[in-house]
Design a protein around this ligand. Sequence first.
Ligand SMILES: Cc1ncc(CN)c(N)n1
Length: 225
Amino acid sequence: MFTDRLYKTAKPIWEASYHHPFVQGIGNGTLDIDKFRFFMEQDYLYLIEYCRLFALGSLKAHNLQTMTVFADLLHSTLKVEMDLHRQYAERIGIEKEKLEQVQPAATTVAYTSYMLNVSQRGSLAELVAAVLPCTWSYYEIGTRLHEIPGASEHEFYGEWVKMYASTEFGELAKWLKDLMNELAEGKREEELKWLEDIFVTTSKYEYMFWEMSERKEMWPIEINS
Ligand SMILES: Cc1ncc(CN)c(N)n1
């Protein structure tokens, strides 16, 4: 299966993400809330762009079934996943309206711009290769953290772990994996290599997103305005 090849190639990056102090901090409940706040704010902006990708997926779909699942992915991201962020925002004391007005950090801009650029220029296969690490790696992280005793019951981070370890989230990841395999069928090695490069690039951006959040890193230079 093509997704086995993708997984094998990106595994060192995915392992580094799982063992990243930010991710481990969620799992053992020791993550600094200020870092989590930074992450949630940036992730909210990220998810807005990620939704556009699903809308593009519907546009590029070859049949009604694929079109419908992309529409479901768009809907569940806007309504379920982003609701998690809105609920956390309320708990941390950020007003809902403020969430959309946050300034995007350099990594958020780079990551979302890359995904959208590849997906707009390319075929459905390129779009799926770009988005697959996002859904699949979060499900993998969620299920691994879920195995840590107490992680899902943690009074603050438990909801986050439960969301990404959920069967519903896993089904979305599985559907995207199946679609990737279907779209890779019959492609030449050169084309498969290109899809693999895209998958590796967004896997790297996933790692960079954890790193950015750990450091609460915005831009290396600012202006006073
Ligand atoms: C950066 C990032 N990547 C993936 C996901 C999972 N949708 C997310 N919420 N944020």
